[in-house]
Design a protein around this ligand. Structure first.
Ligand SMILES: C[S@@+](CC[C@H](N)C(=O)[O-])C[C@H]1O[C@@H](n2cnc3c(N)ncnc32)[C@H](O)[C@@H]1O
Ligand code: SF4
Length: 399
């Protein structure tokens, strides 16, 4: 277990990186909304079934209190992106989202043109909701589609059908210029053709961004306890290759393990995670990575909404805080940066971690010898093999 250290001692902690970090790092804000209309059987996100009694107003009060408590550690730094994630943030009214964003603007400087994304479930939205979100300041919408196939939607326990998915996507694109659709593949009993039909439908809708996730059986979910019949490894690998080909044919750049976009439409918020930027996470179970006093720290919030609200409203939103150990920084940086298809400039490693490139250069050389990494044109990037076997590649950077 990582020790919790008092804030004052962070400045003198021997074991953390202390120099060379190019501050201020880009800063993003993540806001967690921990409720869903119904819990999907494959999902291990921190989300709870919303019954009649979802305490929306009290939760908004808690988020604002949390933000007020957190601002001293990000003082004066501009926020470049905001992401409302969940759970299902689209369960909240436009008025609540407006109240939260008004406080964000009042308490922190926001970059001009900051990207502000909200995750929505096609079963919880209509035109009035979307318009209200846009008026509140949301300028990018991320829709959890998962599949357009009625049988697969049912097997996934989704609250929406194919028609609602198509309508929500069309509506989102009418109201927002930047839209992401989440789609999953390797679904129970899914054939290669069915996966490609989903990919084709997504491409023909032509959103600015697509995320394609391989369905994983997460521990502590009903799917993990009683696994449904899934495509075998060869079939799901073929799905991945063919989906990537189809997306490329439709003009989508594959820029991260699961992310594809039209030129220039990368998710700014997620790119900040993958380039090891800073982020403040508020809300139940949210995580933060913040660099200050030349230390790279992580923070957590209580996971359960009730406990989170109690603590945040009592002035005590943060649950744990610790400095990342110097020995762990190479792995932590790589775990994010190697998700980027184009890789990264070695100078970024030094700017974000404060450590010299030599800290990991031997391991980079070893990974290159194994055909998992390549260094060319001044960039370090995973090879196709490295992308497919990302976990093996990352293991080389573990201590
Ligand atoms: C927090 S959800 C966002 C949207 C919203 N809650 C919804 O589902 O409509 C983020 C995304 O993670 C993906 N996801 C969730 N559980 C997954 C799993 N077990 N395997 C692969 N992808 C998963 C889904 O594509 C989902 O849309
Ligand atoms: S996939 Fe989305 S809607 Fe389903 S339980 Fe997870 S967060 Fe909620």
């Amino acid at each position: 277990m990582i020790p919790i250290i008092p804030e004052a001692s962070l400045q003198t902690k021997q074991d953390a990186a202390s120099s060379g970090i190019k501050n201020p790092l880009p800063l993003s804000l993540y806001i967690h909304i921990p409720w869903c209309a119904r819990k999907c059987p494959y999902c291990d996100f921190n989300s709870h079934e919303a019954r009649q009694d979802m305490p929306e107003q009290q939760y908004v009060d808690a988020l604002i209190a949390d933000l007020e408590q957190a601002t001293p550690n990000i003082w004066g730094r501009k926020i470049r992106s905001v992401f409302f994630g969940g759970g299902t943030p689209s369960l909240f009214s436009a008025e609540s989202i407006d109240r939260i964003l008004s406080q964000v603007r009042a308490l922190t400087p926001m970059e001009y043109g900051a990207e502000i994304t909200l995750e929505a479930n096609p079963g919880t939205v209509d035109i009035a909701h979307f318009q209200g979100y846009r008026e509140a300041g949301i300028n990018r919408l991320s829709l959890g589609i998962q599949s357009f196939n009625p049988q697969h939607l049912q097997a996934l326990g989704r609250i929406h059908d194919r028609e609602q998915a198509l309508e929500a996507a069309a509506l989102a694109m009418q109201i927002f210029s930047r839209v992401n659709l989440d789609v999953m593949y390797a679904l129970p009993k899914q054939t290669l053709d069915e996966a490609l039909t989903d990919a084709k439908t997504a491409c023909e809708l032509a959103p600015s961004h697509l995320s394609f996730y391989h369905l994983t059986l997460e521990p502590n979910t009903p799917f993990h306890r009683t696994p449904p019949p899934l495509p075998d490894d060869d079939t799901s690998a073929e799905m991945q290759v063919k989906i990537e080909e189809m997306l490329a044919q439709h003009g989508y750049e594959h820029y991260e393990t699961s992310a594809f976009c039209k030129p220039g439409q990368q998710a700014r918020h997620n790119v900040n995670y993958w380039t090891f930027g800073d982020y403040l996470g508020i809300g139940a179970g949210a995580h933060s990575k913040l660099t200050y006093h030349d230390q790279i720290t992580r923070e957590t919030r209580p996971k359960h909404p009730k406990q989170y609200m109690q603590q945040a409203l009592a002035g005590n939103a943060r649950e744990q805080m610790w400095a990342i150990k110097t020995a762990d920084l190479g792995f932590e940086f790589m775990m994010n940066a190697l998700r980027l298809t184009d890789g990264f400039d070695p100078a970024l490693f030094q700017m974000r971690t404060g450590l010299p490139w030599e800290t990991i250069s031997m391991r980079v050389a070893e990974a290159s010898k194994l055909g998992l990494l390549e260094v060319s044109h001044g960039l370090v990037r995973p090879t196709l093999q490295g992308q497919r076997f990302l976990n093996d590649l990352l293991e080389l950077f573990l201590n």
